[in-house]
Design a protein around this ligand. Structure first.
Ligand SMILES: Cc1cc2nc3c(=O)[nH]c(=O)nc-3n(C[C@H](O)[C@H](O)[C@H](O)COP(=O)(O)OP(=O)(O)OC[C@H]3O[C@@H](n4cnc5c(N)ncnc54)[C@H](O)[C@@H]3O)c2cc1C
Length: 333
């Protein structure tokens, strides 16, 4: 049976790639430009031990997904800037049991000019360039046989089909991967996914350090030719844009963490909407009308390979999904 995926963000394209590689017929319906929303806006941090905030379930699923990354990106046929760069975390308490203290000359050697004397080191965290990743996953899925239709806005799920804004109906096994917009697809059930705006800034120059650096209120992410600093967490609905207050928040935390950042030129700034969920974990599984993979919040890039693998195994092989990802766990579906 054909699978119909709603949304060509990283999650939808990763699921399409996995289905197509398993020999399934796949059509992906995207209302605008594949990958142009949260997925390409993301900073590209793959840091489950930092993002778990002590929740071992979140940590373990994140670590499992990160463990898939080397093989996953090497199968895409493009360089996506994936680096096992490690993370430096400038907080008072250890972010994770694996974190080791880093201070003095050792800290200065890893990140020159940091404003703190002590930090924590996590060697296995990674980063990549999300702009390259979304293009590579989309292209790999298309090469594997998935069909992408743009300008295709899905308005509702119906019995074994989706209805587009044009009135067209498309039958198939439906998987909704519409990011922060998931609850707007009528008929899916009441899923508590909400937009959480994040603003980011890219600064010029080749960064003098390799790891991702976390402070209490934000992060610095080196890329080949720029430094990305972020990010705000704003409950403003779908209000698009970059604000003076957002830029002040992002840049001031970056400068207080690494004063030399203040001299760097601003290249560009942008924002997008994380698909937030009440407990920070995604909603992945079957609902009354179809399948869903949404609500990946701050970790959708990290969790994309594991989401695709586990969801497709559930769809095709009836394999179990993590109970902590069940869409119905909030009791409203
Ligand atoms: C500022 C910021 C920084 C982030 N940094 C990181 C990070 O460093 N690491 C990390 O792991 N995660 C990060 N994230 C989170 C990550 O970006 C998201 O969790 C992930 O990209 C979600 O992917 P998605 O495919 O579900 O959503 P999206 O990328 O938003 O894609 C959803 C797609 O669905 C389409 N769509 C919506 N409704 C419809 C419809 N009705 N019909 C057809 N198409 C539809 C949209 O046009 C869009 O293309 C960040 C997010 C933001 C905003």
């Amino acid at each position: 049976m054909r699978s119909v995926i709603v949304g060509a963000g990283l999650v939808g394209s990763a699921v399409a790639l996995e289905l197509a590689r398993r020999g399934e017929e796949v059509t992906v319906l995207e209302r605008a430009v594949p990958g142009a929303e949260a997925s390409s806006a993301a900073a590209g941090i793959l840091a489950p031990r930092v993002e778990a905030h002590g929740d071992t379930l979140v940590r373990d699923l994140g670590v499992e997904s990160l463990g898939l990354y080397e093989d996953w990106v090497s199968g895409l046929g493009a360089d996506v800037g994936f680096v096992r760069c490690g993370a430096v975390v400038a907080t008072d308490s250890a972010p994770d049991p694996d974190a080791r203290p880093l201070r003095g000359a050792a800290l200065e050697a890893v990140v020159p000019g940091l404003s703190v004397a002590e930090a924590w080191w996590l060697p296995d965290e990674a980063r990549l360039d999300t702009r390259r990743l979304v293009g590579a996953v989309h292209a790999a899925a298309a090469r594997a046989g998935a069909t992408f239709r743009t300008g295709a806005q899905v308005v509702a799920l119906e019995e074994g089909a989706v209805r587009l804004s044009t009135g067209e109906r498309l039958r198939g096994r439906v998987v909704v991967c519409a990011g922060a917009w998931t609850p707007k697809v009528a008929g899916l059930g009441e899923l508590p996914v909400r937009p959480v705006r994040g603003q980011l800034v890219a600064l010029g120059g080749r960064p003098a350090f390799n790891p991702v650096v976390f402070g209490a209120g934000g992060y610095l992410v080196p890329r080949a030719d720029e430094l990305v600093v972020g990010s705000t967490m704003e409950e403003v609905g779908f209000l698009r844009g970059v604000t003076a207050g957002g830029m002040i928040a992002v840049l001031s935390q970056a400068v207080s963490l690494l004063p030399a950042v203040g001299a760097l030129p601003v290249l560009r700034q942008w924002s997008s909407f994380r698909p937030g969920s009440p407990d920070g974990q995604p909603l992945v599984g079957r609902t009354a009308q179809g399948w869903v993979a949404s609500g990946h919040f701050r970790n959708g890039v990290l969790l994309a390979p594991l989401t695709a693998r586990l969801l497709v195994a559930a769809m095709l092989d009836d394999a179990p999904l993590p109970p902590s990802w069940r869409p119905e766990r909030f009791g409203r579906e």
